[in-house]
Design a protein around this ligand. Structure first.
Ligand code: S3P
Length: 195
């Protein structure tokens, strides 16, 4: 094990069910989208179905820094959080057979988008939904998200990010009318046919 790998805390799935086939050249699936898109929920289900590992970038960053996301925002500011997020992403992209859930703001940074686009074997999926749906979902979750404190500013972030999510993704999936399980089924049935 390399020193980088030793710091990474993936959730290792050991499902014995037959795994769906993913093209051999794909080493990691990356889920992107705004807060509330279902990146972590769908990511865990997808990893389970593939018998791959799951890594949540926020959790990876928290494990690397020993601080929670709200602590990092409050004590070091958003700019420092974003730099830490970039280094956590670079480290996570070294993993294979992994479903990686990004933070909602990860694709805003050009370096992060280049890393995602240029790391071989990386397939990025945008989980799309309208802002009101996402905001309502977030309000029902017990997750501390500093960037949601001001709803109007959060909507502006959504509008700024939406075209970036779309452009970055190899595939966009509309999630509003689907359960997480249905989204995973849709992905596994359609996503990799042309790969
Ligand atoms: C953020 C989203 C969060 C987390 C941080 C900032 C954002 O991740 O990275 O609170 O700027 O959209 P989730 O999308 O997993 O909630």
């Amino acid at each position: 094990m390399t020193s980088t790998e030793s710091t990474i805390h993936t959730e290792n799935k050991t499902s014995s069910a037959e795994s769906p086939v993913i093209p051999a050249h794909l080493k990691r699936l990356v889920l992107t989208g705004f807060m509330g898109a279902g990146k972590s929920t769908i990511g865990r289900l997808l990893a389970d179905r593939l018998n791959w590992n799951f890594l949540d970038l926020d959790a990876h960053l928290e494990a690397r820094t020993g601080a929670t996301i709200p602590q990092l925002f409050a004590e070091q500011g958003e700019a420092r959080f974003r730099r830490l997020e970039s280094t956590a992403l670079a480290s996570a992209l070294g993993l294979s057979n992994t479903v990686l859930a990004l933070g909602g703001g990860t694709p805003e940074d050009l370096t992060n988008r280049l890393l995602l686009e240029q790391t071989p074997g990386t397939f990025t999926i945008f989980l799309d939904a309208p802002f009101p749906t996402l905001f309502d979902r977030c309000m029902l979750q017990n997750i501390a998200r500093p960037v949601l404190e001001d709803p109007a500013a959060a909507q502006l972030r959504f509008e700024r990010r939406h075209p970036l999510y779309r452009r970055l993704a190899n595939l966009t999936v509309a999630t509003s009318n689907q359960t997480p399980g249905q989204t995973v089924d849709t992905l596994l049935t359609n996503a990799f046919r042309s790969q």
